[in-house]
Ligand binder design. Structure first.
Ligand code: NDP
Length: 247
């Protein structure tokens, strides 16, 4: 389905990004695995993709640092090729009640979850414009729509990604580039593992499907959006949350 396509997945060493990288590769894409701190885990993702007989590359860069991003994307263009599929997935949380939230935690979350989409997409877009085909998928969150106490920074960043998706989709639609967002609910990864048990139980009570989602379930939606099957879908948000929030 994605043969001949080169995909960059940010934050692909763990969790949802890891699953997206693997599923894109299974669907035929050549994949660039971006990571920051988890080198060993990123190597495991690469090994898993290679063992499927598919091509993968590792690229360490900090999505929240514009110079780092520019250098990395230049490196891809010179040494690997033109990117067709970009998944802006890397993200962090730094939770605290708003009255106690430190400016550095506000800034880190905005930089990593939102500024990163500006840096990476702006660096990658010229390649898509050149080949007149592109897929940009931004990983937002259900909390962009519902809010969540302790996550004013994170909800702001994830809501920002929705506006980013809608506005950019209008600018690039004429070049056959689609831009969509995925808003996952509670997905089993390291990010949610660190939540207090009480919070996890409360989430599960509220989910009509009565379970957390799996990274692979988000990855399957990403593969669809990256493919030609989704050629008429742009500027849209996809909710994947077991019925927790229904748009
Ligand atoms: P994890 O914490 O499991 O993984 C986060 C990934 O992001 C890691 O691969 C990490 O790389 C990478 N990353 C973090 N900061 C940077 C950075 N500055 N530069 C490059 N890579 C970075 O998170 P999830 O898999 O749970 O989340 C993935 C995305 O999905 C995030 O955007 C998150 O906000 C969103 N999401 C998650 C939900 C969930 O329930 N899990 C729900 C809704 C949205 P490394 O370890 O190598 O540093």
């Amino acid at each position: 389905m994605l043969e001949g396509k080169l995909a960059l997945v940010t934050g692909a060493s763990r969790g949802i990004g890891r699953a997206i990288a693997i599923e894109l590769a299974k669907a035929g894409a050549e994949v660039i695995i971006n990571y920051l701190g988890s080198e060993k885990k990123a190597i495991e993702v690469k090994d898993q993709i290679t063992s499927l007989g598919k091509k993968a590359h590792l690229l360490r860069f900090d999505v929240s640092n514009s110079e780092d991003v520019k250098k990395a994307i230049k490196n891809i263009e010179e040494n690997i090729g033109q990117i067709h599929i970009l998944v802006n997935n890397a993200g962090i949380t730094r939770d605290n009640l708003f009255v106690r939230m430190k400016e550095e935690d506000w800034e880190a979350v905005l930089r990593t979850n939102l500024f990163s989409a500006f840096y990476v997409t702006q660096a990658v877009l010229p390649m898509m414009l050149k080949v007149r085909w592109g897929r940009i998928i931004n990983i937002s969150s259900v909390v962009a729509f519902t809010g969540n106490p302790g996550q004013v920074n994170y909800a702001s960043a994830k809501a920002g990604l929705i506006g980013f998706t809608k506005a950019l989709s209008l600018e690039v639609a004429g070049r056959n580039i689609t831009v969509n967002a995925i808003a996952p609910g509670y997905i089993e990864t390291d990010m949610t593992e660190k939540l207090p048990e009480k919070v996890k139980e409360a989430f599960l009570q509220e989910i009509p499907l009565k379970r957390a989602g799996l990274p692979e379930e988000v990855a399957h939606l990403s593969v669809f959006l990256a493919s030609d099957l989704a050629s008429y879908i742009t500027g849209t948000v996809f909710h994947i949350n077991g019925g927790l929030y229904r748009g």
